[in-house]
Design a protein around this ligand. Structure first.
Ligand code: PEP
Length: 250
């Protein structure tokens, strides 16, 4: 049992100028009452579009979110955005610890944890990303890596309504490659077990998204795997037709 409905969240990364709002408008239109009952949708655009999309989302119940945040609430941090600012712009979710941030900006588990705490402080829900590299999978280190990232990146005292975990194998992001269903099932079961061990029964109900080359053609299979309670979608979240077709797998 998950905390609530499954969540399909789109990560637009550094894609989208003002014109992309029209694509979001098509998502709003397509997210009808039947789909709403079955699945929650969120879109995390670049911060420049967050407020615009949040205004468009009023009444549609598609949530919007940030892709990262600073640890501090305000102050002398040129170029950074706080979780409070993202909340002010209409965000409900903030992705933290995405592998592109871990790689491009050297973000450690400790920093990701501090960012997740900042998101909670602002009253928003962190989507905390973890996942192994290709070399780590080849060396059979996947479960150990995921366990270490989970232990280091999650704040204490969280429950199913507070936080979402996204398992995203780094080698599957943007490559068109995905693990086998058995491999995804194994990792998600392992994460569930660790969440239970740390947070007790409520931990077992924390939603665990799968991310990495989810598209309309593989959504049904992936979203049907035990302990997969949604998806974090990159490339296929840029087009309303693809994103809605993934959500329609529920
Ligand atoms: C992502 O960036 O989180 C992601 C899963 O990307 P893609 O779906 O394009 O692999």
């Amino acid at each position: 049992m998950t905390a609530s409905r499954p969540l399909v969240a789109g990560n637009w990364k550094m894609n989208g100028l003002k014109a992309a709002a029209a694509e979001f408008g098509r998502m709003v239109e397509g997210y009808g009452p039947e789909m709403r009952k079955k699945v929650e949708l969120a879109v995390c655009p670049p911060a420049t579009l967050l407020y615009t999309l949040s205004v468009m989302a009023i009444g549609s119940r598609i949530a919007v979110g940030g892709q990262d945040c600073a640890v501090a609430a305000a102050g002398a941090h040129t170029g950074d955005l706080s979780a409070e600012m993202l909340a002010d712009a209409g965000a409900a979710y903030v992705i933290v610890g995405h592998s592109e941030r871990r790689t491009d900006h050297g973000e450690s588990d400790g920093l990701v944890r501090a960012k997740a705490q900042a998101v909670l402080r602002a009253g928003l829900t962190p989507i905390v990303c973890i996942g192994e590299t290709e070399a780590e999978r080849r060396n059979n280190e996947t479960l150990a890596i995921v366990e270490r990232q989970l232990a280091g990146s999650l704040p204490d005292g969280v429950g199913p309504e507070d936080l979402v975990v996204a398992y995203e194998p780094v080698w599957a992001i943007g490559t068109g490659l995905t693990p086998s269903s058995d491999d995804i099932a194994e990792v998600h079961a392992h994460i569930t077990g660790r969440l239970f061990a740390r947070f007790g029964e409520p931990g077992e109900r924390i939603r665990i998204l799968y991310g990495g080359s989810v598209k309309p053609a593989n959504a049904k299979e992936i979203l049907g795997i035990p302990h997969v309670s949604g998806a974090l979608v990159g490339g296929a979240s840029l087009k309303a037709a693809d994103f809605l077709s993934i959500a329609a797998a529920y």
